[in-house]
Design a protein around this ligand. Sequence first.
Ligand SMILES: Cc1ncc(COP(=O)(O)O)c(C=O)c1O
Length: 472
Amino acid sequence: MNYDQARWTDDDERYEPLLSEKHTAEADLDDAPLPDELTRDSLELPDLSEPELARHYTRLSEMNYGVDSGPYPLGSCTMKYNPKFTEDVAAIEAGAVHPDRSPESVQGNLELLYDLQDYLGRIGGMDAVTLQPPAGAAGEFTGVLVAKAYHEHNGDERSEIIVPESAHGTNFASAALAGFDVVSLPGGDDGRVDLDALESALSDETALLMLTNPNTLGLFERDIEEISEMVHDAGGLLYYDGANLNALLGRARPGDMGFDIMHYNVHKTFATPHGGGGPGAGPVGVVGELAPFLPKPQVEKRDGTYDLFDPEHSIGKVHGSLGNWLVLVKAYAYIARLGDPGLADASAKAVLNANYLASQIEYEVPYGPFHHEFVASAGDQDAADVAKRMLDYGVHPPTTKWPEIVGEALMTEPTEIENKTTLDQLADAFNAVADEDQDALAAAPERTAARRIDQTGAARNLRLSWQALDDE
Ligand SMILES: Cc1ncc(COP(=O)(O)O)c(C=O)c1O
């Protein structure tokens, strides 16, 4: 264990002083061109060299933990390293153009967006794609609205959306927000969709079944073709939550499995790790029949020229401009650089890494075989304690306590970016914590800038400024 973050508290030897506590110099105030009553008697300013400043800020940045710090196996959320070349490409584009520029004057930007629509369509097996939604959940909501508009257009108003109980919370929320009744689908003993339960849930009120495949346990829905047939026979549509697409990239396509609508979490699957709610992008792909309902405007190419058009029965706009431009640029750069072989290689490594890591840890992994992530059980330990303690070993913990099908769940997704050395580092951290007693767990984390915080208090008694702390 050689990991130790800088500290906020000045009684600790790892304390990182404020700039004003470092070397300061008295500023010369004599010549200040201000009335006397407005000038200070004295002013101490930090007097530091550039390297001192750079080190100070680097130390502060190390008080957080990110994908640039070490492994970050946050299951389902897919926290991947953000390749620096995608940042470079985005930086070139950063100051680019105002979103309201005329299409003739931004042909290059529109070409990029058009090509990205095309790439994503081909990756997902979808006929048309909108890039507008600014996050995965926003993509879900958009997809649900498209399904609603489609049914309504056909004079077939339906009131229910079926969501497996293991699904991500945003699936339930998106369905409810769009005004549907949510029918929760219990899972089968093998962690997958139970076809009998699905049969009972389906009715002529079913607008949509929302599925993640592989699901949140990392399990591929083997009966996906049958599921698709059952939903379509009932007059419903099939929605693919693309958060786990990095398990299938370049190998299988939701469109070929019978899905009608999907969102891509481009900020997880390709580049741009998302944290704290953004920024992200959640493009939505649909089969041809649903294309007329996509948000407006869409980018099109006619006679070699790029333009915008409004789909005939569009649900309207879901974002202020054409989407979260810089996140889309990064996704474009990533896909273009990797190409088909690179994407297929990424999914192969994502699956290999998850399986290798699962084989190295002492915690039980109840369901399998799995793809790009697995859900271990912390058993008698509290998964939240395990997570806190793993921080002391210099790794980010997995997602905890979800999905609830597994008791004290440790939902782990190392992603394709890790190599054997970092996977072994992760496994060592898991195993060290698995062998520890409750006292060690309860005291954790000991080596991070912030110790265990009062989470309830933090939520109930929000303090948003340093001042509030001083006043108390
Ligand atoms: C399975 C699944 N679906 C949807 C989402 C929502 O995506 P976003 O956080 O981009 O809104 C997530 C996010 O973690 C997810 O894991």
